[in-house]
Design a protein. Structure first.
Length: 401
C-alpha cells in the first residue's frame, strides 16, 4: 500500500533547531476513497495514512458503486416499475427480503391501477411508479383500462362508467352484412351459415324485407313488446348455428358477427331495465340480466337477456288474447296521418288525435273486422280512413271470413 506519511490525528507542533516538528506518529491507518460522499468507501481504492485526506473515509463496508450516493451498504433495496428489485444495499443475498411483486399495484401490467391504489401511493411509489395512471376498473384484464377503445362486447372497456356507448341494436345489420359476405368450401359450415343468416333476417322484422312481420322495431333499442321475445328466440337460433361452424378461415368474422348480435339483445334488455319503474319485475329482470353477463356461451347469454326483457314486459302476456294489432295508421279528414303502435293500441278502442285536435275512437280489439281503406265516421260526421294495419294474422283471418 502507498504511504503518504500523513497523521491520522493532529499532533503537537514544536520548533526544534528552527525546524517545525510534529510529534504525531504514523499509524499506517487504511482509508477508503469516497467519490460520491455517501460515507461509504471503495475498498479497491485505499491509502495508508496518518492524516485523513479529503474525500476519504475510515473503515466502512465496501461501497459497490462509488459513483452513486444512493447505492451503498446503508441503503435499502427498492422496487422498479417492472416489479423487479433494484439492488441498492450492495448485498444481493438480502434481496429476497423485499417483495416487489406488483409493487406499483398494476396486476395486469397495462399501465393503469385502480384509483384506490393510485390514491394511496407512497412518495417512493410516486417516484418509482411515475409511468402508472389511475382509473383502472378491471386490473385483471390488460384490455380494460381508461386508455382502451370501447367495443360492443357488453363490457366497460374504457372504464368511463358506461357500457357499449355508441353501440346499439343497429349493429345487427352490420352482423348480417358480415355473414352475407362470407363463403366457405366446407358444406357443413356453409349450411349452418345459411341457416344463421335466415334466422337473423327474421329477427330484424320490419327492418328487413325478409323479416318476421310480427316483429315491429320502433328504433334500434325499442321493440313492440308483443312478439318482441321472437327477436331473442331467432337470434338464439342464429347464434346456435354460428357456433357450429368449424371452418377456421371464417371463424374470426363469425365471432365478430356474434358479438354484434349478442350486444343487440343486451341493448334491448338493458334499455328496458333502465326505463322500467322500480319494483319486483325490475329486480327480477336485473337478476336475469346479470346472469346473462356471467354466461360464456352466446346462446345462453341471449336466453338470459330474453328473460330479463320479458320480466319488464310481462303485461304483453296478459294482453295476448285481447290485442292482435301491432300498428295501425289512419288519415284524418284534415289529411293528417296518425300512427299508433304496440301497447298504445287499445282494447277495445283506440283513440286517434290529429295535429288539429280532431279525434276518433276506432274499435281495435280484433273482435270485429277492420281493413285498410275502410272509412269510419266520427261523432262529428267527419270521415277517417284506415291506411295501414300490421297485425299478427288474426285480423286477416277474421276479415277473410
Amino acid at each position: 500500500m502507498e504511504s503518504d506519511n500523513f497523521c491520522y490525528a493532529e499532533g503537537t507542533i514544536s520548533c526544534i533547531n528552527g525546524v517545525p516538528f510534529d510529534n504525531c506518529q504514523p499509524t499506517n491507518e487504511t482509508v477508503y476513497y469516497d467519490l460520491d460522499n455517501d460515507t461509504f468507501g471503495d475498498h479497491f481504492n485505499t491509502k495508508e495514512v496518518c492524516l485523513l485526506p479529503p474525500d476519504y473515509v475510515t473503515y466502512t463496508e465496501h461501497d459497490c458503486n462509488d459513483t452513486d450516493a444512493t447505492i451503498n451498504p446503508g441503503a435499502n433495496d427498492i422496487c422498479d416499475i417492472n416489479n423487479s428489485v433494484i439492488n441498492k444495499d450492495c448485498n444481493a443475498s438480502n434481496d429476497g427480503e423485499l417483495n416487489c411483486e406488483n409493487y406499483c399495484g398494476d396486476s395486469d401490467a397495462d399501465g393503469y391501477v385502480p384509483d384506490e391504489i393510485y390514491d394511496d401511493y407512497t412518495l417512493l411509489q410516486q417516484i418509482i411508479c411515475v409511468f402508472k395512471s389511475g382509473g383502472d376498473c378491471n386490473d385483471n384484464d390488460a384490455d380494460i383500462n381508461p386508455g382502451a377503445e370501447e367495443i360492443c362486447d357488453g363490457v366497460d372497456n374504457d372504464c368511463d362508467g358506461k357500457i357499449d356507448e355508441g353501440c346499439s341494436a343497429v349493429g345487427k345489420e352490420d352482423a348480417l352484412a358480415i355473414l352475407e359476405s362470407l363463403t366457405t368450401y366446407d358444406s357443413k359450415s356453409q349450411n349452418e351459415l345459411d341457416k344463421a343468416i335466415k334466422e337473423l333476417k327474421k329477427s330484424l322484422g320490419n327492418r328487413h324485407p325478409e323479416g318476421d312481420k310480427k316483429i315491429i322495431w320502433l328504433d334500434s333499442a325499442h321493440i313492440i313488446c308483443k312478439h318482441g321475445h321472437k327477436v331473442f328466440d331467432k337470434e338464439k337460433k342464429a347464434a346456435d348455428h354460428l357456433e357450429k361452424i368449424t371452418d377456421t378461415s371464417i371463424l374470426s368474422s363469425i365471432n365478430q358477427a356474434l358479438i354484434l348480435i349478442v350486444n343487440a339483445d343486451r341493448t334491448l334488455a338493458l334499455t328496458a331495465i333502465n326505463e322500467a319503474s322500480d319494483g319486483k319485475d325490475k329486480t327480477k329482470a336485473i337478476e336475469k340480466f346479470n346472469k346473462g353477463e356471467a354466461e360464456t356461451r352466446n346462446k345462453h347469454k341471449i336466453q338470459e337477456y330474453r328473460k330479463a326483457w320479458k320480466h319488464i314486459n310481462k303485461h304483453c302476456e296478459k294482453d295476448k288474447k285481447k290485442r292482435c294489432i301491432e300498428e295501425i295508421t289512419v288519415q284524418s279528414p284534415n289529411g293528417d296521418y296518425v300512427t299508433t303502435v304496440g301497447d298504445e293500441v287499445g282494447h277495445p278502442d283506440t283513440v286517434f288525435t290529429d295535429i288539429y285536435g280532431d279525434k276518433i275512437a276506432i274499435h281495435t280489439s280484433c273482435s270485429r273486422c277492420i281493413y285498410v281503406g275502410q272509412e269510419i265516421k266520427a261523432k262529428d260526421k267527419q270521415i277517417w280512413t284506415i291506411t295501414e294495419i300490421i297485425d299478427d294474422g288474426t285480423l286477416a283471418v277474421k276479415c277473410a271470413k
